[in-house]
Design a protein around this ligand. Sequence first.
Ligand SMILES: [Zn+2]
Length: 114
Amino acid sequence: MSGVMLQSCAACGHSWQFRRATCPACGSPSFGEVEAGGGGTVWSVTTVLRAPLPELDVPGGFGIALVKLDEGPRIMCRTAAGLAIGDRVQVAVEDDGMPRAVRAGSELEDAGSG
Ligand SMILES: [Zn+2]
């Protein structure tokens, strides 16, 4: 379970992250809430070297990635260093409510780093 909640249109199947009153693709007011599978591809990634909060200040900085979920929406995620555009990742919302992306297949080795 990724913990990433999306809205999905009953009429056309389009999915989006930020809540709306109608489907942004077809305008239908008929949609439901679904949990994303968590699989995605890195759309963009950068390393933040000047942490805005003391708890984010780690040696070598921390990564921020824009991940295109398999369902379609792109979401911002924390990540460890070393990801590149096009990498397959798995996204999950952590206890603090922030989504984190780890390289697909490496969930165990990346857990707790960065
Ligand atoms: Zn629609």
